[in-house]
Design a protein around this ligand. Structure first.
Ligand code: UD1
Length: 421
């Protein structure tokens, strides 16, 4: 298994272009199942999660070609298994979002239950209740959910909790339901807006995406789409922290600044300069980082997917910071590894007290999930000496060639192929 080796303390300088957003691309891939016509997705990041979704689409009977630009031909799905098998769902939980489109377009589907994952239980009860509100008949058997509905009917549903995937799943189903649906307490994440934009391109009638109430007037059929994926706010945020903690000066080309207000606000509070320029956002790290308190929230609040990375910023701050995780119950798995590198972090319930400034020193560490891995890379950039990060496949799920990009900015980072796990 590959590992990433970093010699810390280099100051990052230069420009880096932000890739398309993984989470937006994954859902738009699913949306291709809502029609018989071919679709084309451009500006797709080359990531293992995208590959997993492409494999699932192929398993379902789609023709899938390309990587940076993906052409999807769903003509074979009607004759396919209409099933998301356990192996693919357990590799990537977002696989459950094929449920809404398959059910709406083909009247039935079977999807493996995802089960727990590294960052918490992550149930899908809200996806199922939302689909039930549109008339789906649901049975749970042998670890699979069976869904049936000859034709979904528009309905009203109030989500108990704000869920991005749940909102997207039910929104896609409602696009082909008979009649109007009203979804309340929906997620407002940019990835929901992106999906709505694509659905509208396909002929769907959707209003309110980006607010907490979405109305959808179902149509009988949808067309294919041609769409370029929005840049990734989490990749941009991660690179911004990299620039900040190394006292660097980096232009994040194409950074989706409008989707990054919460991250930018916290960076600025910590003393980091974030300058919006014509080509993107320039981030300049200060000589002294100030401590900050951060609490994760649904969008437009501070993203849980940036929590591990911002923690590294607070490790470098002159004083005590408090980081609270309110979205997932087990998302501090990076803390023991950061402490092994010299961090002084204490977890109490869903909060972490970070006592900066910490003098980090390189160590052998283990990646546990995607964003946790990113935090270890960031810590490696400021640590004295050599950091070796194992289980890099977590990182490859969400960051395309991160070592090359950081190297281009002056960091001493390399990938060693085939190291031990
Ligand atoms: C998406 C993102 C993920 C991000 C998360 C929160 C994708 C592919 N993944 O994941 O990177 O960390 O949003 O911003 O876009 N919940 C329920 N019942 C449900 C569904 C969710 O209780 O039916 C809970 C979850 O356990 C969690 C919270 O709701 O505590 C938010 O989860 P959700 O927004 O659904 O996350 P995902 O869509 O899986």
């Amino acid at each position: 298994m590959d590992k990433i080796v970093i010699e810390g303390r280099a100051r990052l300088k230069g420009r880096v272009r932000i890739h398309g957003a993984k989470n937006a691309a994954l859902l738009v891939q699913c949306a291709a199942l809502l029609t018989d016509a071919p679709s084309r997705l451009r500006h797709v990041p080359k990531l293992s999660d995208i590959g997993t979704m492409s494999r699932l689409l192929e398993y379902l009977g789609c023709g899938v070609e390309g990587d940076r630009t993906i052409a999807i031909d769903p003509a074979g799905v009607a004759a396919g298994p209409l099933e998301a098998p356990y192996d693919l769902v357990k590799t990537m939980r977002a696989s459950v979002t094929v449920m809404g489109p398959l059910l709406a377009r083909y009247g039935r589907c079977r999807v493996s239950l995802p089960g727990g994952c590294a960052i918490g239980a992550r149930p899908i009860d809200q996806h199922l209740k939302g689909l039930e509100a549109l008339g789906a008949k649901i049975t749970l058997r042998h670890g699979y959910v069976d869904l049936k509905a000859r034709r979904l009917k528009g309905g009203s549903f109030v989500f108990d909790t704000v869920t991005v995937g749940g909102t997207q799943n039910v929104m896609m189903a409602a696009a082909l339901a008979r009649g109007t649906s009203r979804l309340e307490n929906v997620a407002r994440e940019p990835e929901v807006m992106e999906l709505a934009t694509v659905l509208v391109k396909m002929g769907a009638r959707i209003s309110g995406a980006g607010t907490s109430v979405i109305e959808i007037e179902g149509v009988d059929a949808l067309e294919g789409f041609d769409h370029a994926v929005v840049p990734d706010r989490i990749e941009a945020g991660t690179m911004a922290v990299a620039a900040a903690i190394t006292r660097g000066d980096v232009l994040l080309e194409d950074a989706p600044v409008d989707h990054m207000h919460a991250t930018i606000a916290k960076l600025e509070e910590a003393g980091v300069t974030c300058q919006v320029e014509r080509d993107g956002m320039r981030v300049i790290g200060p000589d002294e980082i100030k401590p900050i308190d951060v609490s994760t929230r649904p969008y437009p609040g501070f993203a849980t997917d940036m929590q591990a990375q911002i923690m590294v910023l607070t490790l470098c701050a002159q004083g005590q910071s408090l980081i609270t995780e309110t979205i997932f119950e087990n998302r501090f798995m990076h803390v023991p590894e950061l402490n092994r590198m010299g961090g002084d972090i204490t977890v109490q319930g869903n909060s972490a007290v970070v006592r900066g400034p910490c003098k980090l020193s390189g160590a052998e560490v283990m990646a546990t999930d995607l964003r946790a891995s990113a935090s270890l890379v960031l810590a490696g950039l400021v640590a004295e000496g050599k950091t070796e990060i194992r289980r890099v496949y977590h990182l490859d799920r969400g960051y395309e060639a991160i070592e090359k990009r950081l190297r281009k900015l002056g960091a001493n980072v390399r990938r060693v192929r085939g190291g031990k796990a």
